[in-house]
Ligand binder design. Structure first.
Ligand code: BEZ
Length: 261
């Protein structure tokens, strides 16, 4: 899921279903933290193909789902959702929502303060934020191999990394600076088994790195990355697991101040 479009990264709903359904499956505990109530209005930021937005609606809330990828918005609309094409770094809502939910999307947005300002503005006074995304050393093994592979070709690999992976201290500071009260924020190690080969994961999520290279170099570059990380990430049965680290956030805005005489 994403809410913005880093250079080279394309989002296809069909490819996402094939290679990344686990992302929304693993979002289920976050839904429990959100605990949507019937009649609430909820914004799903970076909705992807809308699987989790739909589950929130089934719990009786009214959801607006936004994503920056047209193909994902189309897939979410096909579920009957009110899905809108919008950059999460330029949200246009104003005190419209009781809660804001975001799963596996905020790490694609490289301007966190712009996101947080928009989230604060989108929420009603007292509104809550429940979000999870990549933090700290998320996918560090693969990321290092991708950067290393580009560096060895004389390209600044780090400059092609499309992700923002803050730690809890940094993100708490950013939220508090914009007026959020942080109830809970923590980094969680979550090594994540992949449904298929690492190659598919690289195709789905790491196109920004491939963008640095001519098409003819993509296959050898990916093969090199796969071999570099195989000892750490592939077990004896050939099953791949990536070293995901999540930053889980629960926060809220102060309720409106009572007028004093
Ligand atoms: C993540 O969900 O944390 C993630 C997925 C793909 C690439 C990088 C991070």
């Amino acid at each position: 899921m994403n809410s913005t479009q880093p250079a080279g990264q394309r989002w296809s709903a069909e490819r996402y279903v094939r290679n990344a359904r686990f992302v929304s499956d693993l979002g289920a505990p976050l839904l429990a933290l959100l605990a949507p109530r019937p009649g609430e209005s909820i914004l799903d930021l970076g909705c992807g193909d809308g699987v989790l937005s739909q589950q929130i609606e089934e719990m009786g809330a009214k959801v607006i789902a936004v994503d920056a990828a047209p193909d994902m918005v189309a897939a979410a609309r096909a579920r009957g959702l009110d899905a809108r094409l919008m950059d999460g770094q330029a949200l246009t809502f104003d005190a419209d929502f009781d809660a804001l939910f975001s799963n596996a999307a905020l790490h694609w947005m490289r301007r966190p303060d712009a996101v947080i300002v928009g989230m604060r503005r989108a929420l009603k006074p007292g509104g809550r934020l429940v979000a999870e995304f990549g933090g700290g050393d998320n996918v560090a093994t693969v990321k290092a191999a991708l950067i290393d592979g580009l560096d060895r070709r004389g390209i600044d690999g780090e400059s092609f990394a499309p992700w923002y992976f803050p730690d809890d201290v940094e993100y708490r500071g950013r939220l508090e600076a914009q007026g959020f009260i942080v109830d809970d924020i923590a980094l969680i190690d979550r090594p994540t088994p992949l449904p298929g080969p690492l190659d598919d994961w690289l195709d789905t999520f790491c196109e920004s790195f491939l963008f640095a290279l001519p098409e003819s170099d993509h296959a050898p570059f990916k093969a090199e990355v796969v071999e570099a990380v195989r000892p750490q990430l592939c077990d004896d049965q050939g099953c791949w697991s990536v070293d995901y680290v999540r930053l889980r956030v629960v926060a809220h805005l102060p309720a409106k101040k009572l007028a004093t005489k």
